[in-house]
Design a protein around this ligand. Structure first.
Ligand SMILES: *Cc1c(COP(=O)(O)O)cnc(C)c1O
Length: 376
């Protein structure tokens, strides 16, 4: 067999297994138009699966900021921030994020994924220990794996289980604890106060992932390391890590996903800065997104939401796909979320809300879910 033929055979065999498990994924051309509207293969749909919770991706002020930055400074950074020099917009965005989060300092990364896989190995390495919530995002797991530290999990949102794991600590080495503030696939909040206390009592460092909180839900978060993304409520792209200034300086020297990758493009930085200003000036945007999520949960009888994410657990992969397809036929885009993104047996519709949704659309979605038998 030629090398190309053997790669093709390998890929085809692997894909066949993925398809048999109803876990096959594909890229479907879809154009987001703002205000929750989206077009897929010729049909107009209302999307309830974006993380653009505040509708800032299409905000005219954010678009102009990106256009101006592109005109002034071009569309690319040219190289790593350490090589071509650091565009001053980076520092402006970092200062703004640090101030909004009440942290001493912030460091930008190319994305949230890059922030996690770059930062975790700086904080822990061989001989250390990482204890993470069982449901943390794939990129926290990837960072933990890359670090070379011993990795274990604690039961989801269970500070007591974390405490038991910490109490059993082998001596020597550092311990890093990882959790999310708002869990991406369930929308529930971590008990940050309890987790922080337990960490402090056991000299463990806590790092939180605020991807779905920043801009939407401000919790009392005392974690010394707080990462997040500019790609969700902020509406654009990029990631960040906040912490003591000495830590962000260390990241500049050690985080491989910062050093060996190109800086964020100026239009992306300009857009982020404008979006952050809007978030601060218009808290009603987040309040409305949360209000709409509560309205939806009331209409459908789902548990009261803690964020702008409402999971509707379907169970098996095929049932989640059936519901998603039936919704699409009724004009709604809600992608089925299947393992390995979520635990086996918990395939779901992950329904998310944005300040730009209309109440009428939410009522229509609730009755569509009822019609297709997703609520029984
Ligand atoms: C989306 C997400 C990330 C990754 O952020 P990107 O900027 O999209 O790379 C990290 N953590 C969580 C919990 C997320 O949901």
């Amino acid at each position: 067999m030629s090398d190309t033929a053997s790669i093709r055979a390998f890929a085809e065999t692997t894909l066949a297994g993925i398809k048999t498990a109803a876990r096959h994924r594909s890229l479907i051309p879809t154009v987001r138009q703002g205000k929750g509207k989206t077009t897929r293969e010729g049909s107009a749909l209302i999307s309830f699966c974006d993380n653009d919770y505040l509708g800032l991706a299409h905000d005219p002020r954010v678009i102009s900021a990106a256009q101006l930055a592109a005109q002034e400074w071009g569309v690319g950074a040219g190289a790593s921030r350490l090589v071509t020099g650091d565009h001053p917009l980076n520092a402006k965005v970092e200062e703004k994020i640090a101030a909004m989060k009440g942290c001493e300092s912030a460091r930008l990364f190319g994305s949230g994924y890059l922030a996690n896989i770059g930062t975790i190995p700086v904080l822990a390495s061989r001989g250390d220990r990482i204890i993470m919530d069982a449901l943390v995002h794939s990129c926290m797991r990837a960072g933990a794996q890359l670090s070379g530290a011993a990795v274990e999990t604690f039961r989801h949102n269970d500070a007591r289980d974390l405490q038991a794991k910490l109490a059993n600590a082998p001596t020597g080495g550092r311990t890093l604890v990882l959790t999310e503030t708002v869990f991406s696939m369930d929308g529930d909040l971590a008990p940050l106060r309890n987790i922080s206390e337990v960490c402090r009592a056991h000299d463990a460092w806590l790092m939180t992932d605020d991807a779905h909180g920043f801009g939407v839900i401000q919790q009392d978060n005392r974690a010394p390391v707080q990462m997040g993304t500019l790609s969700k409520a902020i509406g654009g792209y990029g990631g960040y890590v906040c912490g003591p200034a000495a830590l962000t300086e260390l990241l500049t020297n050690r985080a491989r996903s910062l050093i060996y990758t190109t800086g964020l493009p100026p239009p992306t930085l300009g857009a982020a800065l404008e979006a952050l200003v809007i978030i601060e000036a218009e808290p009603e945007r987040a309040a409305r997104a949360l209000h709409l999520t509560r309205l939806f949960c009331e209409l459908t009888g789902l548990p009261a939401p803690q964020s702008t994410i409402a999971p509707l657990i379907c169970g098996e992969e095929r049932e989640a796909l059936r519901c998603s397809e039936a919704l699409r036929a009724r004009g709604f885009l809600v992608t089925a979320i299947r393992p390995p993104t979520v635990e086996p047996g918990t395939a779901r519709l992950r329904i998310t809300f944005s300040t730009t949704h209309d109440e009428a659309d939410i009522r229509a979605l609730a009755s569509a879910l009822d019609d297709i038998g997703a609520l029984s």
